[in-house]
Design a protein around this ligand. Sequence first.
Ligand SMILES: O=C(O)c1ccccc1N[C@@H]1O[C@H](COP(=O)(O)O)[C@@H](O)[C@H]1O
Length: 205
Amino acid sequence: MNARYVKICGLQTAETVTATVAAGADALGFVFAPGSPRTVTAETVATLTALVPSGIETVGVFRNQPIAEVMAIAAAAKVSTVQLHGNESLTEMQQLKDAGFQTLRAFSIDAYAALSTAERKQWDQERLLLDAVEPGAGVTFDASTLTGGWPSGFWLLAGGLNPENVAELMTELHPHGVDVSSGVESTRGIKDIALIQDFIRAARG
Ligand SMILES: O=C(O)c1ccccc1N[C@@H]1O[C@H](COP(=O)(O)O)[C@@H](O)[C@H]1O
């Protein structure tokens, strides 16, 4: 199975941004959530998003930050898309869309499994990302814990992906696309261009 959407997350330098674009990614992620080894400032990201051709998504990654702060950072960094990893509500998703951002909403597999049928119906209207419990830790999740089925709309698989396991997991789980950070790093927080190229090749089949 070929990924229709590949996002490489946690980029911090012009060299890795340029190489990721050249390797054929659909989306590039920049982490604004505090406490990550990949956290970058809006000022830095504004210089990086300027290197990305239109048509490729630039994604700001946030976790439980006030929505006004999210919007201010995303606007200053000039990202096209906001990815939310916390307890953000559907109302906050709508506020972001009203402000002109595309959105991605991440759920840990446990949190998604705990949604009621009615909640799932609402959230499945959004572009979703299913992840392990600790985002950005390079850990895969146990797909058998998801009772009630996969999202019915657009969803991305994340959590512990790498060039070796991405093709097999896509064939098994059938996401629309994939998102990776740790699996394309030489050491924690430091991207490896050869691994990025290998990952995109493997995800495209
Ligand atoms: O990358 C981070 O440090 C991070 C911090 C806070 C929220 C999300 C973060 N990254 C997201 O984590 C997943 C997968 O990461 P990994 O491949 O398992 O390392 C991905 O969605 C990133 O966007």
